[in-house]
Design a protein around this ligand. Structure first.
Ligand code: ATP
Ligand code: MG
Length: 479
C-alpha cells in the first residue's frame, strides 16, 4: 500500500498504550438497541433457562388495565446462588459456558434481551435447598453506574411461589419479569395491537422452530399464557408451544433424499443434510404446517443452522442463491460442531451466523449441489403426475403416516396422514402408464379437499368412498 505522496505506509506501529473507557450509559443504550424482535429476545432468555437445565419454561404476558404491562420468563432450572446472580446482572462471561454445549456465551444476552423489551428487569431465583433471592435492574440506574437493586426476598419468594404455566416451579427455578414495556410497546393502540398479535400468533411458531429438536425429544416443555396483574385469578389463554420442524415432511420429495455430507471446514467436520420437501398443494389448507410456516411457504427455503440442536438461522440462502419459487422445496440443515463458534461466529442475538462462506464454498462446489438444485426445481415443476412424490409408491409413507389408510379403497388409493392421496404402484401395470398418469392427475385434483387433515367428518368419508370407488371402476371395472 502507498500513500498519496508515493511513500509506503509501512507497519502501523503504536508508541504507547492508554486506557479507553466504557461508560455505562453508552453500553446500556447500545445493549437496549441491538434490534431484538420479541421472539428473538424471548429465545435468548429461554436459552439461559435451558443452560440452567430447566425442563419447563413459561412465557407469560401480564396485563394491567387491559394493556400489556410485563413479560415473564419462568423456568424450573437450577436457579442462581448469590454470586451467580451478581454475575447475571453484570456484563461478564460465565466461565462455565465457554466450553461444552452451553447455548449462552457472551455474558450479555440477559441484559440485552430484557432491556430491548422493557426498562425494568426483576429477577427472582432460588437454588435447590436455598432461599429465594432477587435483583432488580432499572435501565436508568444501570445506565449511570451498572447499579442494581437487591430485591426484597419476600417478593422474590412470592414470584417463585406462583403457578407459571399451570403449575408450581418446584424446588428451584428463576422468574424474570420485564416491566415498563415501553421499549417494545409504545402507548399507541396500533403498536399495542401489533405487539399482542406478535405475542399471540408469531411467538409460538418462532419458538416452536428455534427449539423444535428440544420440544420433539421432550427435553423441554414451553408454555405460553396470560395473567392479570390486579386479579388474583389464575393464568388464562394457556397454550403449549408445539414443535415446528422445517424438515418434518411425511415423505421425501424425491428418491435418494435426504443426502448427508460431512463438510471439512478448518479442520472440523460439519454435518450437512440436503432435504427435498414433496410437492405441496396450492391452497393453504392442503399444505403441511411444517412447510407453510406462518403462511409464508416460499420464505423458508435455504439453510438452517443448528448449534447444539438450538436453531440459529431459519432459512435463507446466505448469498448462494436468491429466493425464488422454483427452489421452494430445498431446505438444508447444518449442525455446527463443538469448537466452531470462533469460526462461524454466531451473533449475540443468536439469530444467524456471520461467517458461513467457507462452508458454503465447499458445499456448493460439490457435484451433488448442482443436482440438488436441479432436483428441487424438478419437484417444483412436476404437476400431479405419477412421478409426483405426493402420489408416491405404496409403502413410501412411514406406518405412522397411514392413520387414514383404513378408509375404503385401501389397495388402490389411500390417504396418508400428511393428507396426500397415494396410488398403488400396481395401477400402471393394470391400466398402462399413460392412463395411470392421467388418473393420478384426476385423483390429485379430486383429493385436494382431503389434504392436510388427520380426521375426516362423516360427510367427507362419504366423499372419500365415492372417490375410492371411482378409482376402482376406472382402473379395472372387473377388479
Ligand atoms: N434462567 C436462569 N437460570 C439460571 N441462571 C441464569 C438464568 N439466566 C441467566 N443466568 C445466569 O446469568 C448469566 C448471564 O446471562 P446472560 O444471558 O447475560 O449471558 P450468557 O448466557 O452467559 O451469554 P449470552 O450473552 O451468550 O447469552 C448466565 O451465564 C447464567 O449464569
Ligand atoms: Mg444467555
Amino acid at each position: 500500500m502507498t500513500s498519496e505522496m508515493g511513500k509506503p505506509i509501512g507497519e502501523l506501529r503504536t508508541l504507547a498504550t492508554k486506557r479507553a473507557r466504557a461508560d455505562s450509559e453508552t453500553v446500556t443504550e447500545f445493549l437496549s438497541r441491538t434490534g431484538y424482535q420479541l421472539p428473538v429476545a424471548i429465545a435468548d432468555l429461554i436459552d439461559n433457562a435451558i443452560d440452567a437445565k430447566a425442563s419447563r419454561v413459561h412465557v407469560g404476558l401480564i396485563f394491567s388495565k387491559e394493556r400489556p404491562a410485563s413479560l415473564i420468563v419462568a423456568d424450573n432450572g437450577c436457579g442462581m446462588a448469590e454470586d451467580e446472580l451478581e454475575r447475571a446482572v453484570s456484563l461478564q462471561k460465565d466461565p462455565r459456558k465457554q466450553s461444552g454445549k452451553a447455548l449462552g456465551r457472551y455474558g450479555a444476552g440477559l441484559k440485552a434481551a430484557s432491556f430491548s423489551l422493557g426498562r425494568v428487569l426483576t429477577i427472582a431465583t432460588r437454588c435447590s435447598g436455598g432461599t429465594p433471592i432477587g435483583a432488580q435492574l432499572d435501565q436508568s440506574r444501570y445506565r449511570k453506574r451498572y447499579e442494581y437493586g437487591v430485591l426484597d426476598p419476600r417478593i422474590a419468594g412470592l414470584l417463585l411461589s406462583l403457578d407459571w404455566g399451570g403449575d408450581k416451579l418446584g424446588g428451584s427455578g428463576t422468574v424474570l419479569m420485564i416491566s415498563d414495556l415501553t421499549a417494545m410497546v409504545p402507548t399507541s393502540n396500533t403498536s399495542q395491537d401489533l405487539f399482542l398479535e406478535s405475542f399471540e400468533k408469531e411467538l409460538d411458531v418462532r419458538l416452536g422452530l428455534v427449539y423444535h429438536r428440544f420440544l420433539d425429544s421432550g427435553r423441554v416443555k414451553i408454555t405460553k399464557g396470560k395473567r392479570d396483574r390486579d386479579d388474583p385469578q389464575p393464568e388464562f389463554g394457556m397454550q403449549s408451544v408445539a414443535a415446528v420442524n422445517p424438515f418434518g415432511y411425511p415423505v421425501t420429495g424425491r428418491k435418494g433424499y435426504p443426502k448427508r455430507f460431512s463438510i471439512p471446514v478448518s479442520g472440523l467436520s460439519v454435518p450437512v443434510v440436503l432435504h427435498l420437501w414433496p410437492k405441496q398443494g396450492r391452497t393453504k389448507d392442503s399444505r403441511d404446517p411444517n412447510y407453510d410456516i406462518l403462511g409464508r411457504s416460499g420464505e423458508w427455503q435455504g439453510f438452517y443452522y443448528y448449534r447444539w440442536d438450538r436453531m440459529l438461522q431459519a432459512g435463507g440462502w446466505n448469498g448462494v442463491l436468491s429466493q425464488e419459487p422454483h427452489t421452494s422445496y430445498a431446505r438444508i440443515s447444518v449442525d455446527l460442531p463443538l469448537g466452531s463458534d470462533s469460526h462461524f461466529r454466531p451473533t449475540v442475538m443468536k439469530d444467524r451466523i456471520e461467517n458461513p462462506r467457507p462452508l458454503l464454498e465447499v458445499l456448493t462446489n460439490k457435484r451433488e449441489w448442482a443436482d440438488y438444485i436441479s432436483d428441487a426445481r424438478t419437484v417444483y415443476r412436476a404437476s400431479a403426475t405419477r412421478k409426483n412424490p405426493a402420489f408416491g409408491r405404496e409403502g413410501t409413507a412411514r406406518p405412522s403416516d397411514a392413520k387414514l389408510a383404513g378408509l375404503p379403497g385401501g389397495a388402490l388409493v389411500r390417504l396418508n396422514e400428511g393428507g396426500n392421496a397415494e396410488l398403488s404402484s400396481k395401477i400402471p401395470a393394470i391400466m398402462g402408464a399413460a392412463k395411470a398418469d392421467a388418473l393420478v392427475e384426476l385423483v390429485s385434483q379430486a383429493a385436494r379437499p382431503f389434504g392436510g387433515r388427520s380426521r375426516l367428518s362423516n360427510a367427507m368419508k362419504d366423499d372419500w368412498r365415492r372417490l375410492a370407488h371411482a378409482v376402482k371402476v376406472l382402473v379395472d371395472p372387473d377388479l
